[in-house]
Design a protein around this ligand. Sequence first.
Ligand code: GUN
Length: 291
Amino acid sequence: MSAVIISGKELATEKRTFIKEQVTKLRQFDAVQPTLAVVLVGDDPASHSYVKAKKKACEEAGINCLLEHYPSTLTQEELLSRIDYFNRNEEIHGILVQLPLPKHIHENSIIEAISPEKDVDGFHPINIGKMMINQDSFIPCTPYGILEMIRSLNVSITGKHVIVVGRSNIVGKPVGQLFLKEDATITYCHSKTKNLSDITRQADILIVAVGRANLISSSYVKEGAIVIDVGVNRLESGKLCGDVQFDSVKEKASYITPVPGGVGPMTITMLLQNTLQSAQKKASQNKTNIL
Ligand code: GUN
């Protein structure tokens, strides 16, 4: 039997319509204009296209996007000074510094300089820590998007074996924590894992985020598993492909995400959601201050 293809694109469109309505309400009734500041440093082509897509999505949802693009010679002090400005500006609700950064800039110092209240990427150690102990926080966008995709299937997550391949700070580690919060049993695999396919074959939900084109063949997948492919790899032909061999794995899985059109559009949608959440919080603080 062939898997149902989870269209991140369709779910993203649905969610973005709802976000746009909420943004309109904030603008009309609370005089708050949801605003996201985005900083891009250097000329990485993939980062360029991600940032362009984020800006377009903001504008379509009625969220202001202040995009600042700097050459790769920007110093760490200069970047910290822009972040300080955004932190103090009451009209900015979200701050996103696109990663990776040039080597002379210390990524952790930048992430930690962003106010946790405006960290719509959910990368600040305070937000990561809060997520781990089930406190309100910004949830990193890709893990959040994956959870929303699974929720849309109306299958129970409780007690399911979720296996995550990849342990990045942006996707692998937080997505495992997020599903742990949903009462799943979690296994992490990574580049040093032995007998990878023996482990991944036990997954009810297999999440692959390693950035290696076509790593996962159907022999890595249990019959009926849900397969989420976070990889975005550009082949020499220029074609995009995921970490999962889509054509063969879809014959074995019950649900599978495509690349492109799967996780990617959901990541951007959850960025909009986080920015909206931050602006809504600001609106309710404004009301409290008036009373
Ligand atoms: N680089 C790759 N993915 C992301 C992301 O979600 N946020 C930021 N800031 N940089 C990234």
